[in-house]
Design a protein. Structure first.
Length: 84
């Protein structure tokens, strides 16, 4: 399943996620944002259960913004899991 999410409060403009039927992350692609960081996050979460990634990333803050690209990924994963 492919899911696209428009993040809020961060530099990234879009997050594209591919999950298998068991909620395992097959691919994450950030559009915009800090390329090195978002590429690194994408590689680190590949093959992980979405629930595990959500629990690790959901409260990360970027420079007092109240959110971050990793936190937005957690929100996107929560929404994507609702559609499986």
């Amino acid at each position: 399943m492919t899911y696209s999410f428009i993040p809020s409060g961060v530099c990234s403009r879009m997050i594209n996620i591919e999950l298998d039927e068991n909620g395992v992350i097959e691919k994450v692609q950030f559009i915009g944002g800090c390329n090195g960081n978002t590429s690194g996050i994408s590689q680190l979460v590949k093959g992980m259960q979405a629930e595990d990634v959500i629990s690790r990333l959901k409260d990360i803050d970027c420079n007092g913004k109240g959110t971050s690209c990793p936190a937005q990924l957690a929100i996107a994963l929560e929404q994507a899991l609702e559609e499986i």
